[in-house]
Each structure stands twice: as structure tokens, then as C-alpha cells.
Design a protein around this ligand. Structure first.
Ligand SMILES: Nc1ncnc2c1ncn2[C@@H]1O[C@H](COP(=O)(O)OP(=O)(O)OP(=O)(O)O)[C@@H](O)[C@H]1O
Ligand SMILES: NC(=O)c1ccc[n+]([C@@H]2O[C@H](CO)[C@@H](O)[C@H]2O)c1
Length: 174
């Protein structure tokens, strides 16, 4: 049995989940772990001086739990998929079977212990105006307050992008 860990990173609304779902549908024995499932509770996410919740940084995410889920997959992908009801097959994997984990999220390459696990990395970027337009029709929980994109999301994207460039050198840009 072989394993392949693929990272689909990139900016908010860049199309990460759309691409990941399409890959998952086409690749047998694959599954997705989405970073957005690991946001901490709103009550513990701090606010800046403008009252904007600081969601677009690693501190807002429970990376320990995310890493622990990825570890379970790495140790036994078949069991991981069966436990989550992702793969009903009960047969045992052969030596030639390849299990693929697609990890998608906006800060997956900024977290060094996760970044170093990837066999392949993809980074999805779209222009500022497209990003802002797509984001304006999305409803997050909690919803973006007025001015959030320009006051928090975009400046944090630029900052995180710069930090990621230092951490990662072998990203395949879309
Ligand atoms: N190739 C594409 N062309 C045009 N629109 C797209 C494309 N891919 C995704 N979209 C649209 O962009 C929006 C965001 O897509 P998606 O949810 O896949 O992005 P994301 O990067 O996972 O976003 P986030 O992580 O911020 O939730 C959706 O409305 C989706 O339909
Ligand atoms: N709990 C959530 O999923 C949540 C809450 C508030 C904001 N966000 C946004 O998700 C994006 C990453 O996909 C970030 O830009 C967050 O602002 C998510």
C-alpha cells in the first residue's frame, strides 16, 4: 500500500474546495480534510482595534486536532476512511493500492509541521476584484461584517502569502 498527501492551498474563494471535490470524485481511495473544519469557537477568536475578528491567521485554527486527524490517516488510511464511512469497501488493501489524502485550506502551507508532510502542493490564486466579488456572496459563520474584506481578509492574505513564500520553495502555482 502506498500513500500520497496532496496539499490544495490558496486564497479565500480561490476554488480550493471545488478542485478538491473534483479530484476526490476522480481518484479512487481518496478523501479530503478541509482546514475550515478546524476553526476555533468564535468566543475565543480575538478582535483587532476595529472590532474585526482575527479569523485569517493560524491562531484561529485548532491545528493540533487537524494534525492528529492527518496522523490517523497516515497511520492507517483504510481504517481512517472506514471509521468516517468514506469507503464502504471491506477488502484489505494490496501492495499496489494508492491512498490519497487531499488536504485543502487557506493556511496549510503556513504551518510548518503540516507543510513538510506534502508530497505535492498546489496553490490557487485569483485577482483581488474576483476574490472580493466571490467573497461578497458567501455567508460564513459568523458572516463577514461590513469592511471585513479590505480591513482584515486581504491584508492578512498578503501577510500570510509573504510568510508562506519563506516557508515553502516548491509550490506549483495554478
Ligand atoms: N474555476 C472556477 N471558475 C469560476 N468560479 C469558481 C471556480 N472555482 C470555484 N468557483 C466559485 O468560487 C467560489 C469559491 O469556491 P470554493 O468554495 O471552491 O473556494 P475556496 O477556496 O474553497 O473558498 P474558501 O476556502 O474561502 O471557503 C464558489 O462560489 C465557486 O462556485
Ligand atoms: N468558522 C468558519 O468556518 C469561518 C468563520 C469566519 C470566517 N471564516 C473565513 O474562512 C476563510 C477561510 O476559508 C477565512 O478567510 C475566514 O475569514 C471562516
Amino acid at each position: 500500500m502506498k500513500t500520497l498527501l496532496v496539499g490544495v492551498g490558496g486564497m479565500t474563494n480561490g476554488g480550493k474546495s471545488t478542485l478538491s471535490k473534483s479530484l476526490h470524485q476522480q481518484i479512487p481511495n481518496s478523501c479530503i480534510i478541509a482546514q475550515d473544519s478546524y476553526f476555533k469557537d468564535d468566543s475565543v477568536v480575538p478582535e483587532d482595534n476595529n472590532g474585526f475578528k482575527q479569523y485569517d491567521m493560524l491562531g484561529a485554527l485548532d491545528m493540533d486536532t487537524m494534525m492528529s486527524d492527518i496522523d490517523s490517516w497516515r497511520k492507517d488510511p483504510e481504517r481512517f476512511m472506514r471509521q468516517r464511512d468514506l469507503n464502504p469497501e471491506l477488502t484489505t488493501a494490496t501492495d499496489t493500492d494508492v491512498f490519497v489524502l487531499i488536504v485543502e485550506g487557506f493556511l496549510i502551507f503556513n504551518y510548518r509541521p503540516l507543510n513538510e508532510l506534502f508530497d505535492r502542493r498546489y496553490f490557487m490564486e485569483i485577482p483581488y476584484d474576483v476574490c472580493k466579488r466571490r467573497r461578497s456572496v458567501r455567508v460564513y459563520k459568523p458572516p463577514d461584517p461590513s469592511g471585513y474584506f479590505d480591513g482584515h481578509v486581504w491584508p492578512m492574505y498578503l501577510k500570510n502569502r509573504q510568510e508562506m513564500d519563506i516557508t515553502v520553495s516548491d509550490i506549483e502555482k495554478d
